[in-house]
Design a protein around this ligand. Sequence first.
Ligand SMILES: [Zn+2]
Length: 223
Amino acid sequence: MPRPSTPLNARQLSQKWGVDAAHVLYHHKGAWYHVLRRFPAALFDPQGYVRFETEEQYLSAPQLKRRKHLHVTGGIRSLPGYQWGQAPAAPLAVDLNPPKRTSSTVYRILRDTDLARRMKAKCGYACQLCGFKLTLPDGTPYIEAHHVHPLGAPHDGPDIEENILCVCPNHHAALDYGTLRLEVTGSSLGQRFIDYHNRHVFGQKTRRRGVRVPKSEEKELST
Ligand SMILES: [Zn+2]
């Protein structure tokens, strides 16, 4: 017997992931829902959601079997418009081949802030500079959140939406190394942060920023 959807969970998730919808429903397997009646509408599972802007869009989705209840063949995750609400925990990124092993190890810990996770979902896990989408072997999408005005000293940029750009690992390195002048349009990036990058990061002869993190006080990566 399928479990009924729980609107409370759906509402909580839609708030958490910033999904704008008039009717939201949740199912733990993404496979069985009440029928959607008000639009825009969204169906949620624990990891993500699919949103229907209009009733026509909803009615024309072939994977949805609308009878007394709504059955989704293969679960909503198999639908083309499925959005991951939560990025997978970012793996540890290490300089694989440092030029020389010295007494200090420079490494980066990619740890997402809530905001960075939301931004990744918002950009659809696609690089905002080249559109590249990287999918890990287990099917989860991978993208990096770059703070255009870097967070760490001496830059001390803010962790706010207008300062975050979602980029593929290649473009992340290119930005960190100051090899790319930023010309971005159509993103939520603030012009003052783009200007900061172009003035103070682009073209600067600095080693890629690494954060030496003592085990006892791991902290947010300054990227
Ligand atoms: Zn890219």
